[in-house]
Design a protein around this ligand. Sequence first.
Ligand SMILES: [Zn+2]
Length: 354
Amino acid sequence: MPEKTSLERVVDALSFRESDRVPAGPLVCGASRRVLGITYAQWAKKPELTAKSLIQAQKLLGFDGFLLLTDLSVECEAWGQKVDYPMESTPITMAFKGDPLIKTVEDYEKLEWVDAKKATRMKNSVQVASTVAKEKGKEVAIMGFVYGPAGVLSMMRTLEKMSLDLKRNPSAVKKALKVVNDVLLDYTVQQIEAGVHAIVLDVLFASRFIWSRPVYDEFEGQFCVKLSDECHKRNVPVILHNCGNATYFDTMTKWYNPLGISFHYLPDGISSLEELKEKWGKKVVLLGMMDNPNVLYMGDEDLVLRESKKQIDALAAGGGFLLCSGCEFPPNASLLNAKAMVDACKMYNPYKKT
Ligand SMILES: [Zn+2]
């Protein structure tokens, strides 16, 4: 039998079918700039170079899916939040460096709807989606990316201040969340129309180390559900990303009915890979969970192979599993470690019929 395409392999995994092997998703985003040989600042600002880097990285490493994440400051730029572009690391909102757009509780009320089509960074991301979809959309899975409304708002305020504000003036925060979410809805639709196969929604705050479940429901779930509803209406799979500690798989699936969840750590209340597979492995597709700091960044190929095997052994049976990095592949880690994840999926193949 001819080898399956990456896209077919990912579709199998997302349909709980055992494919020709486990799909590999090292989530190479910013790291792709090093294949083309450009700086991070160029990669993040020039959509034609972003797309070219991603396509070259896939050709070099052979991973099965693109994640079209640039960084978490793409959306907030639309409202005029200043963003810093270091030459060789991830762009970062200036809110984290003392220059937030929302300076006082009153400023939430000033946030107005903006046209995602005219916002430079979102427009660029849609262009990347369109180029990658045209060039690789028939062979490789392409996942668009949207940061949830609470995350985006925190990029204009900081999480610490926003978490205080929602006690002091909840209605002002909610008013701003609605404005942000309406724009994110347009942005989601634009990515779908550009040809992505699925939308990855980053709902980081649904985690015990950030917000409680009721706070999450009130300050993100009730808004963000509109984004997943729109995807469902259009028959576009929703995959959640949450690389936080002790995430709320229950809360997240209740709100968004996702096909899969991309995660870094074991969810709240789960203590082993086996328990994870048993409790969640038939309800949602599991995309995870290679340890970014300790394995992909600090480790070598041998460690990556060993960890990959452990996860494939525990999670791959029956399909519904993609071996992914817990978050974006560390942008400055050795690319050999991304390749080792692909190699592991080829070497350790529980689906091979002999
Ligand atoms: Zn992440």
